[in-house]
Write a protein that binds this ligand. Structure first.
Ligand code: FAD
Length: 401
């Protein structure tokens, strides 16, 4: 693979940059810079979703017939990198990245016609109801029960760690429709509006102080049988298909943005004694190592993209390698940022970070979000299938290959 951008890719990059420069006003960038979790605050995220939708750029990974952009894999990668570099608001991708592809592949024609346009336009905001208090890595052991009663399933049970359930207006979920045979053979995939009677969302506040995840309770929730995707008891195959998408992503660009802030912090003189961390050789060495790790991750991502562009099958193992290394590189970049911040990492910035707040940040702007982000990023090696589980996949692939 030739890593230099071809001329037409450079023209595309320039087009994306000019769009981002026009739409991302200083005010929008300042709001987006306060994001510490996986996605922007709800209003900002919805605004950015609609802006991209109006430009026709909301679903780069979707087939053109369903509203995709028709970009090749390298153009998609460029778009993601440019958005990350410009600090664009990050979208919550429950609909676009997870539920949408499932409906395209397994949905009935009426489901495609109803749901896909609403995912594209942003009218539907989806959350993912897979994990349960006793079923995370061992997802097939899930016990949330759905019993058919006429034209409906009656759902009882609970989901946990449901990201943005408090923002979402729809949930896709795995439920147990049979206890016969293998656990995997008794699971179905259902879709429900979040305002249906029988759903309760309770917040879980994470160690970064944010409300990002929830526990969701179902008590006699009625889901029309027409909202089941695929056949009854065939939900496991759908879940496996969906989880492949969850491991994708552009990790290097996010880590690179963190490294930029780290450089600013390290080159800023201490107001008391005038020293700069940048003058410490051991820090500069760690910075250089981090730079190299991020560059290696970026090349690995580009290599995968290049294979995909050439129509090659990347495979389960590669998706797992990207997830393990990508999350580790992001976490390491976060640790270095914390080191560069020093005591500026200590103040509780939650008031200044909350959407709409006019509380001034403590210290310079670059110090505002890193501690919350660092704490939040600890979860990157857990969600989307923990890194230990990814290593098992890699080990099995190596042993099998
Ligand atoms: C911030 C955050 C957001 C999330 N968002 C969502 C969401 O929106 N929707 C959703 O459905 N879920 C979500 N999850 C849940 C996530 O997918 C699970 O937490 C994850 O799959 C791990 O499951 P668990 O928490 O039950 O841990 P467990 O499965 O109990 O694992 C505990 C530890 O044991 C290790 N372990 C388990 N099995 C093995 C094994 N076979 N080999 C080696 N090590 C093993 C794990 O790696 C982990 O370190 C989220 C989680 C977090 C932290």
């Amino acid at each position: 693979m030739d890593g230099r951008l071809a001329q037409w890719d450079r023209a595309f990059q320039a087009e994306v940059r000019s769009f981002l420069a026009e739409k991302l006003t200083p005010d929008i960038r300042a709001r987006a810079a306060r994001q510490t979790g996986v996605a922007a605050e709800r209003e900002l995220g919805i605004w950015w979703h609609r802006t991209l939708f109006e430009r026709g750029w909301i679903a780069p990974a979707w087939p053109v017939e369903h509203g995709g952009t028709g970009w090749n894999a390298m153009q998609r990668h460029i778009f993601e990198e440019e958005c990350a570099s410009a600090n664009a608001p990050q979208l919550f991708l429950g609909g676009l990245q997870l539920c949408g592809p499932v409906i395209m592949r397994f949905g009935a024609p009426e489901q495609k016609a109803f749901f896909l346009p609403k995912i594209l336009s942003g009218e539907h905001y989806w959350c993912q109801g897979f994990s349960e208090p006793g079923s995370g890595s061992d997802l097939a052991s899930l016990t949330t029960r759905a019993v058919q009663d006429g034209e409906n399933y009656v759902v009882t049970g609970s989901k946990i760690w449901t990201t943005h359930a408090h923002n979402a207006n729809w949930i896709f979920m795995l439920v147990r429709t049979s206890t016969e045979g293998r656990q995997q053979a008794g699971i179905s995939f259902l879709l429900s509006p979040m305002d249906a009677p029988g759903i309760e969302v309770r917040p879980i506040i994470s160690m970064s102080g944010e409300h990002e995840v929830n526990q969701v309770f179902f008590d006699g929730l009625r889901v029309p049988v027409a909202n089941r995707v695929g056949e009854e008891n065939q939900g496991w195959a759908i879940a496996k298909y969906l989880l492949e998408f969850e491991r994708g992503g552009s990790y290097a660009a996010v880590a690179r943005a963190l490294l930029r802030d780290t450089l600013i912090a390290a080159q800023t003189s201490d107001p008391v004694d005038g020293t700069r961390l940048w003058d410490d050789q051991s820090f500069r060495r760690r910075y250089a190592e981090m730079d190299i790790e991020i560059t290696a991750q970026s090349w690995t991502e580009k290599r995968v993209i290049s294979s995909l562009s050439a129509g090659e099958n990347v495979g389960d193992m590669m998706a797992s390698i990207l997830k393990v290394r990508g999350s580790e590189v992001q976490q390491a970049a976060g640790e270095l940022a914390m080191r560069a911040l020093g005591e500026l990492a200590i103040p509780d910035q939650r008031r200044a970070l909350s959407p709409g707040s006019d509380a001034p940040p403590i210290g310079p702007d670059f110090a505002l979000r890193h501690t919350a982000r660092f704490l939040n990023d600890r979860a990157r090696s857990i969600y989307g299938g923990s890194n230990e589980i990814q290593r098992n996949i890699i080990a099995r692939s190596v042993a099998g290959g």
